[in-house]
Design a protein around this ligand. Structure first.
Ligand code: BGC
Length: 739
């Protein structure tokens, strides 16, 4: 045995020597390995050393989450992982089965809808950095996130993975996230480019949207990620746009992403989203990744060699149908990615599961939780206020890091809400009843609950009767069609009989508050009957502690809604036009609400939401002074400074998210009643007063003129409104812009 090992070792040493050593003789490091050389020269040098087969190989997957690199030249494999709120567990090489490693658990951070609700870009930088650290430690080169698709309908199964309905908020949050990840020598990969705003029929549906909707609503966050965030990778989406699949869409990829925005990174498919070799070759796709590719149980037709960018591409190059220059362009980008990540000898080593990361997960969760209703000072429930607190509802004990599809994670620790509440109030003061139950999470099916629903209700009612206060923990749960990839929710209602249960609980105990855990708006038929309401999220590892901290007042709520909660589904723009606009007719989905997405629709059409975008209460109150601008008339290249005085009028410290919306007085084209163009989060001690400044670039007042095909700021009067939500304007100032 020893002999065999020895001879194997000497064979490999000989082969390394044979291939690599000639490059080093005479003291010469090959150009591509010498960091003193300019990056372009290194890329060209590596490129010209690679054979046609080697170049083809790095443009497509070799396993579920890796591409092969070029072993002969020592160019490493590229390893990827989901994303976006933790580093996913390991998979078997060639299937979607878990590899069952024991060292692949992670810190689970709150989902991006929670990060968005913090309105805190500095926190997003820390979040991105923590994700980057863990990805690096786990030897990942690309993290498949963040998702920056816009929340268009509350039914979309993946809204929890995105930053909400507003392109400005999403852009401001995504840039620091990318910078945080990439400073670890790990690429962020913003996804899904573009117009992937529903899961239903996502692999086939063709999106039709106007140029204005594209530029004003659906592209800004991607553009910010590329131009400001300098992201190293972008993932295409499954759907089509204007008749062509987005993962090889000439307009989106060649013209906009790589042309207008000068993106120099790699453009990757979503898993299995390529459909055609010629388009993939010509329309900017660099790496093809996929699904169902083991080549054994799923047949040769989908094995890696048969990928569109594998043998079919090679064949077309060999027979002259496609020029090799197309391949070289892809390889250059992939090599640049190698130099930025796994061939960067100076990148840090990363870390995982540290106390700082845990503390960050807690902080994001606390800052993102949104207090929506607080009658009779229902919250905070200070320790000692009640003897018996009844916790009812499955989401108090459900592991919400599971399910959902590719965003599922394996947490090293997951503090559930019930546990957080018991730790806070003591087990003698907390009783629990399940109330309702769902089955295990499953990607493509609803599995039945093992419990009898009526008995659960009866037991919960008994528990509620005996309690001084009831807190119901419900919402969605990342099960199939409940905030899960691959399909959407069927309607806005709470599932598993929760509405009926809440009604029954209210009959026996009126002192009731609700905590909704979801990444989407839910309908709330009981809203006028409950005393307190918290919008919570998939909060990750420290969720239970964060929730108990907010409920008890040990942390003061400061989150604001990153999307509108409508009174009913049909009030929402995309859902108001019937099936043609959502989810489409099976072939096309037409974005009929155009640029009026989210609060832009509600405000312009004067529809009262249940809770508006940007809304969230605190345990203290803030008084806004009068807004002033630094002058009245501005030129196009200037920045307006808006100042005002903010006072914490209450008895406790707290943070306020101040929002700045703009409205144009006489627009030539339709413009939304208001658009978010600034925000800041201000911490004030009880009674403290601060002078606050927000700035708006005059160019940010622009709209996209689809005739001229560019952004225009009209000479006109504009109203700049300081607001505590999109529906609560506290003070306005008018300015004039010259041509
Ligand atoms: C998802 C992507 C994910 C990929 C790899 C796809 O189904 O849409 O967001 O990154 O799988 O897991």
């Amino acid at each position: 045995m020893n002999k065999v090992l020895k001879s194997l070792r000497s064979i490999s040493i000989i082969s390394i020597a044979f291939f690599l050593l000639p490059m080093y003789i005479h003291g010469q490091t090959p150009v591509y390995l010498d960091e003193a050389n300019p990056i372009n020269e290194r890329i060209e040098d590596a490129l010209k050393r690679m054979t046609l087969n080697e170049k083809i190989a790095i443009c497509h997957a070799q396993s579920k989450f890796s591409t092969p690199g070029c072993p002969r030249l020592g160019i490493p494999e590229i390893w990827m992982s989901d994303g976006p709120h933790g580093i996913r567990y390991e998979f078997q090489w060639d299937s979607w089965l878990h590899a069952d490693w024991t060292n692949d658990s992670c810190t689970v951070y709150p989902a991006l809808s929670c990060l968005a609700a913090t309105f805190n870009p500095a926190l997003s930088l820390q979040y991105g950095n923590a994700i980057g650290e863990e990805a690096r430690y786990r030897k990942k080169d690309i993290i498949l996130g963040p998702g920056v698709n816009i929340y268009r309908s509350p039914l979309n199964g993946r809204n929890s993975e995105y930053f909400g309905e507003d392109p400005f908020l999403t852009s401001k949050m995504v840039v620091p996230y990318i910078q945080g990840v990439q400073k670890n020598g790990v690429a962020a990969c913003i996804k899904h480019f573009a117009l992937n705003n529903q899961e239903k029929l996502r692999e086939a549906i063709n999106v039709e949207a106007s140029d204005r909707a594209l530029h004003e609503i659906y592209l800004p966050a991607f553009e910010a990620g590329v131009v400001e965030g300098k992201v190293w990778a972008v993932m295409g989406s499954y759907n089509k746009f204007r008749g062509q699949f987005c993962s090889h869409n000439n307009l989106l990829v060649n013209k906009i992403l790589k042309g207008d925005w000068n993106f120099d990174g790699v453009f990757i498919t979503d898993w299995g989203s390529a459909h055609n070799t010629d388009e993939a070759a010509r329309n900017g796709l660099d790496i093809e990744m996929g699904s169902w590719t083991n080549g054994m149980t799923w047949g040769l037709s989908s094995a890696y060699n048969n990928y569109y960018l594998a043998q079919p591409f090679l064949k077309k190059i060999k027979n002259g149908e496609l020029p090799e220059t197309l391949l070289d362009e892809k390889v250059r980008r992939i090599l640049l990615l190698n130099f930025r990540t796994n061939m960067n000898r100076n990148r840090p080593y990363g870390k995982k599961l540290t106390c700082e990361q845990k503390a960050l997960a807690l902080k994001v969760a606390e800052e993102g939780i949104v207090l929506l209703k607080n009658e009779k000072n229902f919250f905070p429930i200070e320790k000692g206020r009640y003897t018996k607190i009844a916790i009812i509802g499955e989401n108090a004990i459900k592991r919400l890091t599971q399910g959902g599809g590719s965003s599922e994670l394996k947490p090293q620790e997951e503090i559930l809400s019930l546990q957080g509440m018991i730790e806070k109030y003591g087990k003698d003061h907390v009783t629990f009843s399940l109330g309702y139950a769902s089955g295990e999470p499953n990607y493509s099916n609803e599995l039945p609950s093992p419990y009898n629903a009526d008995s659960l209700v009866a037991a919960a009612v008994e528990t509620a009767k005996k309690a001084d206060v009831v807190i119901f923990f419900g919402g969605l749960n990342k099960n199939f069609q409940q905030d899960c990839e691959c399909d959407d929710r069927k309607n806005m209602d709470l599932p598993f009989g929760q509405n009926e249960l809440i009604a029954k609980l209210l009959q026996v105990n009126k002192n009731l508050g609700v905590v909704i855990v979801s990444g989407n708006a839910v309908s709330m038929p009981w809203i006028n009957k409950i005393n307190g309401l918290i919008q919570s999220w998939y909060l990750g590892s420290q969720g239970g502690t964060a929730t108990a901290n907010i409920i008890s007042g040990d942390a003061v709520p400061s989150g604001k809604l990153p999307f509108t909660i409508p009174k009913k589904l049909e009030d929402n723009g995309a859902n108001s036009f019937g099936a043609v606009a959502y989810p489409g007719d099976g072939t096309n989905v037409i974005y009929k609400e155009d640029i009026l997405v989210g609060y832009r629709w509600f405000d312009t059409k004067k529809i009262e939401p249940l809770f508006p975008f940007g809304y969230g209460l605190s345990y203290t109150t803030f008084e806004y002074g009068k807004a002033k601008s630094d002058k009245y008339v501005y030129e196009q290249d200037e920045t307006a400074k808006i100042t005002f005085r903010l006072t914490n009028k209450g008895k406790i410290d707290g943070s306020e998210i101040v929002q700045l919306y703009i409205s144009q007085k006489n627009p030539k084209l339709l413009r939304p009643a208001k658009e978010l163009k600034g925000f800041t989060k201000v911490f004030l001690k009880a009674g403290e007063i601060k002078d606050v400044e927000l700035t708006v670039k005059i160019t940010d007042l622009a709209y996209y003129d689809d005739q001229l095909r560019k952004w225009i700021t009209d000479a006109d009067e504009y109203e700049l409104s300081l607001a505590s939500s999109s529906r609560n304007i506290r003070s306005c100032v008018k300015i004039h812009v010259n041509r």
